[in-house]
Design a binder for this molecule. Structure first.
Ligand code: UDP
Ligand code: MG
Length: 313
């Protein structure tokens, strides 16, 4: 059986040699399987391409794709999955935060037919700013309340899956990929393994807080239309409130004969600002969905390949 390991790489020249050694150890350990290591260079600005090509020159199990620019990890994962030929396929980070030493046991689990997917979840968020962990937890609470599938907190992209699952994932050809959602959406039996988070071995993380925030919004918009409904509810709520307000003043004027009351400027201003804000927010939510529809209908490819190990050898 062939096992494909996909490694998306963005500026990982320092980390890759460590990872490659670890992968070779895995290959030695699991003798009854063939391996292919698929490196996807996602437009790195450092010497990542050279490092990968050096591996490929000395090792026939190494295959690679080099993107024409940075398309993001989601695109890199998709490209790797598409290129993979294995009966089992794994995705892992280049920085050793996804321990390669877990792979043999993951392979066993699938072989023993315990699950179709062996996915990993980290049990702590050490080495990460407190505020970031807080927002991450909030995000998972929020998104799970809105979507139908369960999106696990702390789940990493590191996972091993059968060919069947891989093909199911490849069927989802949306441009705005939110893998955590896609993995959950395709279903199948998942076995979770937990491990303790470690710091990356070299280089630095590519995720700024702002990038994560945008990723969170992308995730929600890609998987649920619940925010659109929120705008509807708010609209109904405030229209109802306005109606009661009207009735209230009407009755006051007719029964209590109070109609030349001037004060009320602050409350009026508050209402105008608040409702104006809600209107803009609703428009913004609408815009998010319309914008995404626009991007999807263009049907651009997810990535552009500059070099491919299968095409120039
Ligand atoms: N990565 C990528 N394209 C990007 C950003 C990241 O292919 O635009 C890769 C990166 O090389 C690494 C993995 O995605 O192998 C995870 O990135 P990182 O370690 O920065 O994320 P973190 O572990 O902090 O979530
Ligand atoms: Mg990392």
């Amino acid at each position: 059986m062939l096992v494909s390991l996909i490694i998306p790489c963005y500026n990982e020249e320092e980390a890759l040699p460590f990872l490659y050694n670890a992968l070779c150890d895995v290959r030695k350990e699991v003798k009854d399987h063939d391996f292919e290591f698929i490196f996807v260079n996602d437009g790195s600005r450092d010497k990542t391409s050279e490092v990968i090509k050096k591996f490929a020159a000395e090792d026939k199990d190494v295959r690679y794709i080099i993107f024409s620019r940075n398309f993001g990890k989601e695109a890199a994962m998709y490209a790797g999955l598409k290129k993979s030929k294995g009966d089992m396929v794994a995705i892992m980070d280049a920085d050793m935060q996804d321990p390669p030493s877990l792979i043999p046991s993951m392979i066993k689990s699938i072989e023993n037919n315990e699950a179709d997917i062996v996915a990993s979840r980290r049990v702590n968020r050490e080495g990460e700013p407190k505020i970031r962990s807080f927002f991450a937890r909030m995000f998972y609470k929020l998104i799970n309340r809105m979507v139908d599938v369960e999106i696990a907190d702390g789940a990493r992209d590191f996972r091993l899956m059968t060919r069947q699952v891989t093909d199911a994932i490849l069927e989802l050809q949306e441009r705005q990929r939110f893998s955590k959602g896609i993995f959950a959406w395709v279903g199948f039996r998942t076995k979770w393994i937990e491990f303790v988070n470690t710091e990356r071995i070299a280089g630095e993380t590519k995720w700024s807080f702002w990038k994560l925030f945008k990723y969170a919004i992308d995730g929600i918009v890609a998987f649920t239309t619940a925010p659109l409904r929120l705008a509807t509810y708010l609209g109904f709520g405030f229209a109802g409130l306005g109606f009661f307000y009207l009735v209230y003043y009407f009755i006051r004027a007719i029964i209590l004969r109070i109609y030349n009351e001037v004060p009320g400027y602050p409350s009026l201003l508050c209402f105008i600002l608040f409702i104006g804000g809600l209107t803009l927010m609703s428009l913004g939510i609408l815009g998010e969905y319309i914008g995404r529809t626009f991007i999807e209908v263009k049907r651009r490819p997810l990535y552009v390949t500059a070099e491919d190990s299968d095409k120039n050898s």
